[in-house]
Design a binder for this molecule. Structure first.
Ligand SMILES: [Zn+2]
Length: 230
């Protein structure tokens, strides 16, 4: 089992982390592990209705994200990094924003999208994954982010990055006891759900399929990066 006392998870949009790693984070929070969540965007374009006002939806989704974090037992507030939904790009400014948060929160484990999954369609998920990994390296190496050092934020190396939404899983976390908390956190994103029963069915089927390979009722899968690598 992974040694973890503090965890920080980055998603492109509110509900990405909950869907991919919510059971894991809830299990950790229940064990007294400190969990924080970050979103690159507020998910303000997450509507099928072209008449939606993105500014108003951003406020709704921020409030939903806070409720979801509470359902997982994670700390609030959720960190929003201010990128535009649908236009997330790999920039030095956002890499440093990730590094700053890693140096402030000082987690042992950072979670993010797997940017190298084959056929990963959404550009925000690809960019979010790259920014998470790049930001961890910038947080780790003391000379890589002089602006942060000037702020008094010393270098910090999480020992592991866990990539979710992966097609190369090498770490399973059992979420049998926390599938309910995961589902509660997803229900908190009410603006994104048209059929609650269908969502619950899909999540249970998916996490049961991941768990079945290891004889577990429900599990979530990750690809691990050891941050001592170069
Ligand atoms: Zn997303």
């Amino acid at each position: 089992m992974l040694a973890v006392r503090r965890a920080l998870a980055f998603g492109a949009h509110p509900d990405d982390v909950e869907l991919q790693a919510g059971g894991t984070l809830a299990a950790w929070a229940e064990r007294g592990i400190h969990v924080e969540l970050a979103c690159f965007t507020a998910g303000e374009k997450g509507s099928a209705d072209p008449a939606t006002d993105p500014g108003e939806l951003a406020l709704v989704r921020r409030a939903e994200a806070e409720a979801a974090a509470r359902a997982l037992g994670a700390a609030v507030p959720v960190h929003f990094l201010g990128a535009v939904d649908g236009e997330l790009e790999v920039t030095m400014a956002l890499r440093l924003a990730v590094a700053r948060l890693v140096r402030v929160v000082r987690p042992d484990v950072v979670l993010g999208h797997d940017p190298w999954r084959r056929s990963l369609l959404h550009p925000d998920h690809r960019a979010a994954g790259l920014l998470t990994v790049d930001g961890v390296v910038a947080a780790r190496d003391p000379l890589y982010a002089p602006a942060l050092a000037a702020e008094g934020l010393a270098a910090h190396r999480p020992h592991t990055v866990l990539l979710f939404g992966t097609d190369a899983p090498d770490e399973l976390v059992e979420v049998t006891a926390t599938i309910g908390a995961k589902l509660a956190s997803l229900r908190a994103h009410a603006s994104q759900i048209s059929d609650h029963a269908d969502l619950e069915r899909r999540v249970r089927t998916w996490n049961a399929a991941i768990g079945a390979e290891a004889g577990l009722q429900y599990a979530e899968a990750f690809h691990t990066l050891d941050t001592r690598g170069r």
